[in-house]
Design a protein around this ligand. Sequence first.
Ligand code: CP
Length: 309
Amino acid sequence: MRHLTAIADLRDEDIGAILDLADRLYTQPERRYPVLTGRTIANVFFEPSTRTRVSFELAARRLGADNVAVAGATSSTVKGETLLDTVKNLAAMKVAGFVVRTSTSGAAAQVARAVDAVGLPVINAGDGLHEHPTQALLDAGTIRRHKRRIAGLTVVIVGDLTHSRVARSNIALLSRLGAKVRVVAPRTLMPVDIEALGCDAYTDLDRALEGAEVIMMLRLQQERLEKQPLLPSLREFSQRYGLDDRRLARLPADVLVMHPGPINRGVELRSSVADDKRAVILDQVTYGVACRMAVLCHAFGTTVPVASA
Ligand code: CP
């Protein structure tokens, strides 16, 4: 039983084992491996999600596990129950582990501590502004599949860094795997101490894109910006920090364009760029199911006998 609340929870050998297993599973996505039969995984999602929630559900099913879904709006948290009481009650119903998404930074680790004594693994599916470790794992796996390596690559992460748990997990993971990570954002969306995480910070997108081999565009989190306006205008942000055809034309033919989803078409990415052959955004989603199968295997201390295709 192993928690995954942040990239720092993983040893180097865990990262290697998860990505190697995900690579093998990716080649045979329709196959089922009943290594978690008899276990029920609780997907506790207190924030909206399409990719992460569905891919964890599919991953659990393909490993033979059952799922129960707990959504914030229809759970007893609307009557005042806390997240920790919610998971303790689910543990009392003998679920085998948790996948948790919340808007509270650090909540996944709190849940992990709350259920540690009963030996149930907790996987962070995104907690506030903190981390989204399985997104970073699937991003790293997608980069490695396309580029055959991660060490030495120049990866540029662009956009709403202030609100991005995806960026935090990716900086932690990709820098650990030897990539040169650059981040670029307007000053108002750039956390002051971000370089301490293992990256170089830029405010000029065109400068940051010089020599880029992988570009990771971030979603502008307009729901969080509504509460705290940090941009003078969406149009100006899009012109200065959006990836458009003009910028894409200056990049090499084998550059990878990535986005964790959901995309704001016309804001951080022009539609034509999102659909360009250099964009691997839907491949990230496909790899995400395999990666989450591998993460579930890691959490339950098991693996599947799948050979490379
Ligand atoms: N990338 C990601 O976390 O997408 P969802 O919010 O749809 O899960």
